[in-house]
Ligand binder design. Structure first.
Ligand code: UDP
Length: 329
């Protein structure tokens, strides 16, 4: 299929582009390079430096490239910033996405795969999280993703749009060959920060909160490999043949891993100590978030290849040790 990957130069999008090509599809990328990296996209992949909200420009790409399905990864994703700058988040994540959906409707493109998040659940009452549990985001970032999920439901009902919304848990790791990986500016994620603390590129890691009601007092998260996430996006294609399909899937390994366990795994994989300090809790961090991803396994035949935290961190280490400056700026 001809697949438009919106945000294809970003972390998850760029891994998906490679997986699409490996699976015999034809990815086409649009990215405004605000957070994406041109070098994350292979030279042979058609690339357009376009804002997703620019309906006319996006419409031309849809038409010229004969796009059959759109995957949408482009979003602002800093939870803390979303609290302080909600307009930025609502404009980019909701309003611009509606522009993209309008362009698709105008050009008759009826299949859509959307990056959603476990942040749409807010602070869950029960764990692991199942797709049917209540969604009550506690920050504008999570709310913008939920708003788009709701818009998609309405479009499926009204116009027969077929879509899948994937609620990611903690995306981590890098391509197995070490060619692309995670490069955020600013970086806020645990694994790259722990690796950079180990190599001395950054200051000691701050462990945010050691008094959570968890076995070792630190937060539990569900780290899932970025290539495993990407494979689910392709595994869903068959389900989108049915007009009006409205599908929601959690994507996680189902294994809760604490911050201390991540640090231990980074030490094991790198053979280096992770200098660290204990710090207060970070605002807005739920104590535990992990997935029940049995729906994706059952309906999509999805299975994770990277099922230990060490195997995930092993790929991240390969990327970071070969590219300490990321893609370069
Ligand atoms: N974390 C930490 N120190 C850091 C960054 C993150 O202790 O410098 C913790 C954070 O509180 C959370 C977990 O690591 O419990 C994962 O955080 P991350 O930002 O990677 O992902 P999130 O779960 O917020 O999406």
């Amino acid at each position: 299929m001809n697949v438009l990957v919106v945000g294809g130069a970003g972390y998850i999008g760029s891994h998906c582009v490679r997986q699409l090509a490996a699976a015999g599809h034809r990815p086409v990328v649009i990215d405004n390079l605000v957070f994406g990296h041109r070098r994350a996209v292979a030279p042979g992949v058609p690339f357009y430096d376009v804002n997703l909200g620019e309906e006319t420009a996006v419409g031309s790409v849809l038409e010229e490239e004969r796009i059959e399905l759109v995957m949408h990864f482009a979003a602002y994703a800093y939870v803390g910033e979303s609290v302080h700058e909600p307009l930025k988040y609502y404009f980019n994540n909701v309003v611009a996405t509606l522009g993209l959906l309008r362009a698709m409707r105008a050009k008759g493109v009826g299949k859509f795969v959307f990056s959603s998040t476990c942040a749409t659940y807010g602070i869950p009452e029960k764990m692991p999280l199942v797709e049917t549990m209540p969604q009550a985001p506690i920050n504008p970032y999570g709310q913008t993703k939920l708003d788009v999920e709701n818009a998609l439901k309405a479009l499926a009902r009204a116009h027969g749009l077929s879509f899948a919304a994937f609620r990611y848990f903690n995306a981590a790791g890098a391509a197995e060959d070490g060619a692309i990986g995670e490069d955020h500016d600013p970086e806020t994620h645990l694994i790259p920060l722990a690796i950079d603390a180990a190599t001395g590129r950054r200051p000691p890691l701050q462990v945010f909160g050691t008094d959570y009601p968890t076995p070792d007092g630190t937060c539990l998260r569900d780290y899932v490999h970025v290539d495993d996430l990407s494979r689910a996006h392709i595994a869903v294609f068959g389900q989108l043949e049915k007009p009006g399909a409205a599908l929601f899937y959690n994507l996680g390994t189902g294994t809760p891993t604490s911050v201390r366990e991540v640090i231990n795994a980074v030490e094991k994989v790198t053979g280096k100590k992770v200098p660290r300090t204990e710090a207060p809790r970070r605002a807005g961090d739920p104590p535990a978030l992990y997935a029940d991803a049995s729906k994706a396994r059952r309906e999509l035949g999805w299975a994770v290849k990277f099922n230990t935290i060490e195997s995930i961190i092993g790929t991240a280490w390969k990327w970071h040790s070969a590219h300490p400056e990321g893609f370069g700026r």
